[in-house]
Ligand binder design. Structure first.
Ligand SMILES: Cc1ncc(COP(=O)(O)O)c(C=O)c1O
Length: 410
């Protein structure tokens, strides 16, 4: 048992590794120069940044010259999409998936207004794309195939290699959002040769918020999104976030040394949580493929209750999770990922994402199981509607209509 709050929301952000925080401390003191300055003050910071670049390059197994530091994955994803399209001016088609993060999906949907034809690949009930659909949709007009390595809501892992090979047969560029893969799966860009651009974000693997890295393969076209300086070899202007970069470098070094151990621990904690919840709660479904899944993620649908209510009661009980639907202007907005997977609305509304980390302890998992089971039972007893799916379906009928109307158009 544990008395401290329990953080089971590690796909949203993570505990900063103490080793990274320690590595950053001198930058709040004597090491404070501008890394672009040629004097010794600046060069000390430059040295720290270049050490971080080596660790990040090792994390990705790529060249240091292929690592561009930035503010995080939202910037990285935007940059990669625009760079690819600029490099293929004669092509006007983009392929992505319905389950991407908003930082990919919204920029690509915006490009539809600029005249691009967009294909959003569907996913099956387990959250997988269909490679045959990709083969049918891709053509010599496809500039970019953008897909995530692992989904942030369900943890489902995409067939990056196979999809990349198909894209290459048509000469398309490939972007991979690897935000949830870093620190949880092995990434090897000397093996995954089809990938031209790949994004990661420090705070998702125990670094700090506001620092990320974009891998740009030496052979890939590039266009800076942010101009106004020669930083990052002219690829991303602006004085570097030295603290964030150094913390990300330290976090990468820890992953480089211990990934297998971290994976084993996360998997053990996640499986313990999953087993305990299934044993103690009735009417629970697991959303997404349980095999091809990140080692830390469990997306569980508790039938007949609202995930938001569960989230709030868990928060009051000092357990942090995130819900599969969010309350927006009075109606329930279901997760676009679970909708795309055709999860019944009644299950989406009761869906909660639990994500452990390498720091999660057995005692925390056991305490969480007991508290969650108790709250689920109480919520079901409190519901004036009892065990009925129709109420929750009605709650988001409007949102479902919007979703259907959107896909009728693309
Ligand atoms: C899959 C995925 N891509 C991109 C992002 C955006 O990352 P950042 O917070 O670094 O902008 C997130 C963050 O939740 C994510 O989960």
């Amino acid at each position: 048992m544990t008395d401290r709050p329990i953080f089971l929301d590690n796909n949203s952000t993570t505990f900063p590794a103490p080793e990274g925080v320690e590595a950053v401390l001198p930058l709040f003191g004597e090491i404070y120069g501008n890394p672009s300055s040629t004097h010794s003050f600046g060069q000390k910071v430059r040295h720290e940044i270049e050490l971080a670049r080596e660790n990040v390059a090792k994390l990705l197994n790529c060249k240091t010259s292929e690592v561009v530091f930035n503010s995080g994955a939202t910037e990285g994803n935007n940059t990669a999409v625009y760079a690819a399209l600029d490099g293929m001016p004669e092509r006007k088609h983009i392929i992505t998936t319905r389950v991407e993060h908003a930082s990919v999906l919204e920029v690509i949907r915006y490009l539809a207004e600029a005249g691009y034809r967009i294909t959003e690949l569907s996913v099956d009930r387990l959250g997988h794309i269909d490679l045959d659909e990709l083969k049918n949709e891709i053509s010599g007009d496809t500039a970019l195939v953008s897909l995530m390595w692992a989904n942030n809501e369900t943890g489902v892992i995409s067939p990056i290699n196979a999809a990349g090979d198909i894209a290459k047969q048509f000469g398309a560029l490939v972007h991979v959002d690897a935000v949830q893969a870093a620190g949880k799966l092995k990434i090897d860009l000397k093996e995954e040769l089809a990938i031209d651009y790949l994004t990661i974000s420090g705070h998702k693997f125990h670094g700090l918020k506001g620092a990320g890295a974009l891998f740009v393969r030496e052979s890939a076209p590039f266009l800076p999104l942010i101009r106004g300086g020669h930083h990052e070899d002219g690829r991303r202007a602006g004085t570097e976030n030295a603290m964030g970069i150094v913390a990300m470098g330290a976090a990468a070094a820890l992953v480089n040394r211990n990934l297998d151990k971290h994976i084993e621990h996360m998997k053990k904690m996640r499986d313990r949580l999953q087993g305990g919840l299934l044993a103690k709660c009735e009417d629970v479904i697991i959303n997404g493929d349980q095999m091809d899944r990140l080692p830390n993620t469990l997306n569980a649908g508790f039938k007949y209750i609202d995930g938001e209510a569960l989230l709030m009661m868990l928060d009051a009980a000092d357990i942090a999770v995130s819900a599969g639907s969010a309350c927006k202007s009075g109606s329930m907005e279901p997760s676009h990922v679970l909708l795309a997977m055709n999860v019944p609305l009644s299950a989406i509304h009761g869906s909660v994402r639990f994500c452990v980390s390498r720091y999660t302890e057995e005692g925390e998992v056991d305490a969480a199981i007991d508290k969650i089971a108790g709250i689920v039972k109480r919520l079901r007893e409190m519901s004036p509607f009892g065990h009925t799916e129709t109420r929750q379906d009605a709650l988001s009928a409007e949102a479902l209509e919007k979703h259907k109307a959107y896909f009728a158009k693309v």
